[in-house]
Write a protein of this length. Structure first.
Length: 201
């Protein structure tokens, strides 16, 4: 079941520090966090005493400023599953250094099982070309210019994990400059042109 995007600041849940073992960081990225329920469903397990029913939810979040994460939660009710998934997503954040606040610096690719997600960096102004799940994740992270394609398995859980695996390999212009220059002693100026990063003379 696909949920709508809800905007608003996501504070820590009551008792989250004691239950999760990770206190809420006061220096964590702030902003208008967007939260989307990608998938929620009902599961059941047959036991000796009867059938045990539980719920599972997959939630992705983003602050529209280059930070985002995902979480999977389980609970006795759908509300509990959503709450646990949202709490875990806020502790499982990924960060992307955006080019001109709207695009990626270079192409990235991620894989989970046999699901492969490839995200192509396009110049600002090109727009968005992607499926619902990948497009929602990238938009919530503040990206508005990209082209993404999913190959192989289309399971929502695999697509989300492969997408964040791809984003985790993204590097900033400064990181690429240090690699090209060796020790970063020589100043390098970069320009974004035709899907590539070119070193200007």
């Amino acid at each position: 079941m696909r949920g709508a995007v809800e905007l608003g600041y996501a504070p820590p849940l009551p008792g989250e520090e004691a239950a999760g073992g990770t206190p809420w960081d006061a220096d964590a990225p702030r902003g208008d966090w967007a939260e989307t329920s990608v998938r929620s469903g009902r599961t059941q397990k047959v036991l000796k005493g009867g059938i045990q029913v539980s719920f599972r939810a997959l939630v992705v979040i983003g602050n529209l400023q280059g930070a985002g994460g995902f979480g999977v939660g389980k609970g006795r009710s759908a509300i509990d599953a959503m709450r646990f998934a949202s709490a875990y997503a806020r502790r499982n954040l990924f960060f992307v250094d955006r080019y001109r606040e709207t695009a990626l610096v270079h192409d990235v690719q991620g894989r989970h099982n046999n699901c492969v997600v490839r995200i192509v960096a396009v110049p600002p102004g090109r727009g968005m070309t992607a499926g619902d799940t990948v497009g929602t994740i990238l938009q919530q992270m503040g990206l508005s210019n990209f082209s993404a394609k999913v190959h192989g398995r289309r399971n929502p859980y695999s697509v989300v994990r492969a997408t964040f695996a791809a984003l985790s390999t993204h590097q900033s212009i400064e990181q690429i400059a240090l690699k090209r220059d060796g020790f970063g002693h020589r100043p390098i100026r970069f320009t974004h042109c035709n899907h590539r990063i070119l070193m200007a003379a």
